[in-house]
Design a protein around this ligand. Sequence first.
Ligand code: KG4
Ligand code: ZN
Length: 340
Amino acid sequence: MNVLGIETSCDECAAGVVADGTRILSNVVATQIPIHAVYDGVVPEIASRTHTEWICRVVTEALAQADLSPAQIDGVAATAHPGMLGSLLVGLSFAKGFAWSRGLPFIAVDHILAHLYASRLAPSEENPPEYPFLGLLVSGGHSIICRVDDFDSLTILGTTIDDAVGEAFDKVSKHYGFGYPGGAAIDALAQRGDPEAFAFPKPNLYKGAHRYDFSYSGLKTAVINQLEQFRKKQNTGPEDLAAAFQKTAVEILLRGLFRAAEDTKLSVIVCGGGVAANSYLRSRLADQPALRCIFPGLDLCGDNAAMVAGLGYQYLVRGERSPLNVPAFPRVRAFKRRYP
Ligand code: KG4
Ligand code: ZN
């Protein structure tokens, strides 16, 4: 079964075709990064307008790269939430129109579940983990530690109480002029830096309801407030600041994650989202003999439509369909939240 997936929740205009939920036939991601880079952040109005201009060509290209005609598509999936409403609506509406015009089954999917599905796409993962497992979803908009019981069932255990981890990378990078988007720029700089050159705080939210939660606003402010010190400090460069920030940001995540692994006795961790591309996070988790940590390939960490098509397939084979009036929704929704 060939499913066409469409993803426009933020600034990537993406379409892809996946066969039988795992085999990627095409995965086209047209990024708007250069358009938003001049503003050092995504401008929602510009993003949705650009999706409107690009979506037709991106879907056409995804079909061409898959070497399929529209008649060879068996179902359509699109991201409906969470994301920027104006952007979501472009891909969602296009997908509905495509499905309706060809009489195809249509399914609206969740972006968070799609990121967690990405590592099940071949060739990333030939031996997909059994459910349940722990999920670590880290991106520009979300930072979530969760228990995943099935492709459509997720319980949030912990999350950020303020900024998302990717957002902290982006804001630190913007402040120091390291580049946009910040995550990849800081990761590249940090390769040559000394992570011990600066000491940054790791806020403790240990107790009760906040056992797995974390906060990034304090770290972000601390790093930004070091600017003067950074300028004065001899023998340190931007790469040291990047390495120290990156290490602290990842350790904050890992503290909650390891605690959740211990408490839930779940030893398989599946990661997803743009920050899952981070080299320090990947190497730290590769270094845990008691845990099996699974990452999508680097090209499947950030926003893409193959993960949407793959996840959509799972609903479609189960016979589920979304009505053509299903709405887009900007916020995280429909997940249980449970604390131990
Ligand atoms: O999943 P994604 O493409 O979009 C959202 O759903 O938000 O994630 C984008 C985020 C950005 O904040 C970007 O700076 C971050 O992922 N990112 C990284 C790396 N590559 C991308 N953060 C840390 N290290 C990286 N290598
Ligand atoms: Zn995303």
